[in-house]
Design a protein around this ligand. Structure first.
Ligand code: NAP
Length: 348
């Protein structure tokens, strides 16, 4: 961020103090305790902190709350507002105590929450579906194009002096006209990615998932067929025990040599060492990743040195519009949980 945009940002988004508890009652114990592991964007943050129904204990720093701090803060909470970067496991849920009613996460993915323990303890899971579909699909389409058109090599050449005179075959990639798109997990985001890439000339959509989607202009195929026939493979399914590391060397070997692989789901779906090997050996042409394991990806990770791998720092939902709406949904979920109403955005 340059100094002008930094000062604009500071005007719009002033820095909060380092740690705050928003107690709205003189007898603090009479109100429900809500714990938040981050600040939200300004409008939804204001709504969160102005509620008089609860006492809010909120981590103020712009980094993941230390585990010891969360274990301490969560004690006695009735609702937890968390991020995808928080590991909400059995220990955290137990530390909260039996009164915890809701864990609501600023994401549609819930793989960072121990769902089994939550279910056993009758804790509802809130999430933010739909509103992030467009923003995330934009990043999926962007990564597909970036990987297919050698964007990383191109940008690097501009900044490092590799860009010399114009050469007919230099940095040629592959265009999408009349190509086949394979979507793994044709849900909300998968369909939105297919819609976007259709505008770039894709003429065949194949998809793999657990169920055939009605009313979709695409073919439900086996995973092997998808891998063998697609020019672009985009992963949009959730991370679950079944999808963990489903993309390994054997899977990349089944793909076309000119194919690009895009992952906007979760890093855990890919065996990263195998992906690095496949890219290095040119088993596939390129990859675009919005998600990795771990995040942030260490600078010495083998994927970092590959000029056919474009990596973004988990930007899928990162638009002001989307993140504000996601924050608003979290507040709605907490209000409902504390009033013992059905959670409006519940992951089941
Ligand atoms: P969704 O509408 O529920 O779609 C998920 C799709 O995956 C469905 O088509 C589902 O189809 C399929 N699926 C589910 N379990 C599967 C399994 N075990 N094997 C194969 N396919 C499976 O969810 P969404 O809103 O599109 O979000 C999808 C995922 O994107 C999230 O879970 C999250 O991990 C990721 N995401 C990432 C970002 C980012 O910032 N990069 C942002 C938002 C979401 P069937 O049920 O028919 O199998």
């Amino acid at each position: 961020m340059n100094s002008l945009s930094r000062s604009l940002w500071t005007k719009c988004y002033p820095r909060p103090p380092t740690h705050i508890s928003y107690f709205h009652s003189s007898s603090a114990t009479s109100l429900a305790k809500v714990v938040a592991t981050r600040r939200l964007l300004p409008i939804s943050q204001k709504r969160l902190e102005q509620q008089t129904q609860w006492d809010l204990v909120q981590w103020q720093e712009d980094r993941t709350i230390p585990r010891e701090k969360l274990l301490k803060d969560i004690k006695g909470a009735e609702a937890l507002l968390c991020m995808l970067s928080d590991n909400i496991d059995e220990e955290i849920l137990e530390a909260a105590g039996p009164q915890l009613k809701l864990v609501t996460t600023l994401s549609v993915g819930v793989d960072h929450i121990d769902l089994k323990t939550a279910k056993e303890r009758n804790i509802k899971i809130g999430y933010t579906p739909d509103v992030l579909t467009d923003a995330t699909a934009d990043i999926g389409a962007l990564l597909a194009l970036a990987a297919a058109r050698n964007m990383k090599k191109g940008i690097d050449s501009v900044t490092t002096g590799g860009w010399q005179d114009w050469r007919p075959a230099w940095l040629c990639g592959h265009q999408f006209t009349s190509k086949t798109l394979g979507v793994v997990g044709l849900g909300r985001i998968g369909q939105a990615v297919a819609h976007r890439l259709g505008a770039f000339g894709i003429d065949r959509l194949v998809y793999w998932g657990r169920t055939k989607k009605e009313g979709v202009n695409g073919e439900w195929v086996s995973l092997d067929q998808l891998l063998m026939e697609s020019d672009i493979v985009v992963v949009c399914c959730p991370l679950t025990p079944e999808t963990q590391e489903m993309f390994d060397y054997a899977a990349f070997k089944k793909m076309k040599k000119n194919a690009v692989f895009v992952n906007i789901s979760r890093g855990g779906i890919v065996n990263q060492a195998d992906l690095a090997r496949a890219l290095k050996e040119k088993v596939i042409a390129g990859a675009g990743l919005d998600v990795t394991t771990p995040e942030p990806l260490p600078l010495d990770d083998p994927l970092q040195n590959l000029d056919n791998c474009v990596i973004l720092p988990h930007l899928g939902t990162a638009t002001f519009e989307t993140r504000e709406t996601m924050g608003d949904m979290m507040v709605d979920n907490i209000l409902a949980a504390l009033e013992n109403r059905p959670i409006p955005y519940e992951s089941k």
